[in-house]
Design a protein around this ligand. Structure first.
Ligand SMILES: C[S@@+](CC[C@H](N)C(=O)[O-])C[C@H]1O[C@@H](n2cnc3c(N)ncnc32)[C@H](O)[C@@H]1O
Length: 265
């Protein structure tokens, strides 16, 4: 888990908002399609969580006793995940995964590839490490709903404000405090200031974001031969999700010698 990479945005602001001992109901911190998808996996499946952050999903897998490995470009996030959930963590880049082809029974990419420089290449990398017959869960930002607008306009003001020390108190007063209050009320008092702060940075300040229409992701799937088992539009959420299947390897036809041997018997 050692790395000489410079700090990334998520080293300074990890996507850390679910405490390891969270008392929140699981469906308040994980999307319903992801929970159902995980529950449908074989208990022996090897699951790779690519862009695992501090282990929100890894923790759920670990509590179910599943074999899982987390990878993230943020060293701080990988450290938190490994320390909390006692599962192997790898610091690495989604665009060049340090895994062999076809090693994983299941791959999770929850809110990650839209933060990379090349979301399609990141998807293809995730697909490469999935075994034939394996399953993938992919959640990406939608191009509809209010979030693209919020990131582009109030987000641009917030990002500009945070670059100037004189404007930071204004950002705190006009954006961070109201954002925290909304989360505090919606979570019925469970969301801490620190957790809401990390969500705020992911929501408005993260430097690299792509909004990906359903048709774009489906085109990538067609190009990779990925079968879309189910799609969830993520009503009211910022992301939509795709459950994908990689076709099993076609069965090799029996060799001529095997056919002759069978005929002789
Ligand atoms: C919004 S967080 C999601 C974390 C986690 N998947 C979750 O749902 O809780 C996005 C994560 O993607 C990671 N990330 C962004 N670009 C990456 C890349 N090129 N390679 C690996 N991880 C990356 C960030 O470090 C961050 O932890």
């Amino acid at each position: 888990m050692e790395s000489t990479e410079p700090d990334t945005f998520y080293d300074q602001h990890p996507f850390d908002w679910v405490p390891p001992d969270s008392s929140e109901p699981i469906r308040a911190v994980l999307s319903a399609p992801l929970v159902e998808w995980i529950e449908s996996l074989a208990p022996t499946a090897l699951v790779l969580d690519i862009g695992c952050g501090p282990g929100r999903v890894l923790g759920f897998l670990a509590r179910r006793g599943m074999r899982c490995v987390g990878l993230d470009r943020s060293r701080v996030s990988v450290g938190l995940a490994a320390e909390r959930y006692h599962r192997p963590g790898v610091v690495g880049d989604n665009l060049h995964l340090p895994f062999a082809d076809a090693v994983a029974d299941a791959v999770i990419s929850d809110g990650v590839i839209h933060h990379t420089e090349d979301p399609q290449a990141a998807f293809v990398e995730n697909w490469r490490i999935l075994k034939p017959g394996g399953r993938m869960y992919l959640a990406v930002y939608k191009d509809s709903g209010r979030y693209p607008w919020l990131y582009r306009y109030p987000g641009a003001l917030i990002r500009a404000g945070l670059r100037h020390s004189w404007a930071r108190p204004l950002v705190a007063l006009l954006a961070r405090v109201p954002y925290f209050l909304v989360h505090f009320i919606r979570s019925r008092g469970r969301r801490t200031w620190g957790a809401a702060e990390n969500l705020f940075y992911d929501y408005f300040v993260t430097p690299q974001v792509a909004f990906l229409p359903r048709s774009v992701v489906e085109d990538w799937c067609t190009q990779q031969g990925a079968r879309v088992l189910s799609y969830d539009e993520g009503r009211g959420a910022n992301v939509h999700s795709f459950c994908l299947a990689k076709e099993p390897s076609p069965k090799m036809p029996p060799s001529r010698d095997a056919v002759l041997a069978a005929e002789e018997r």
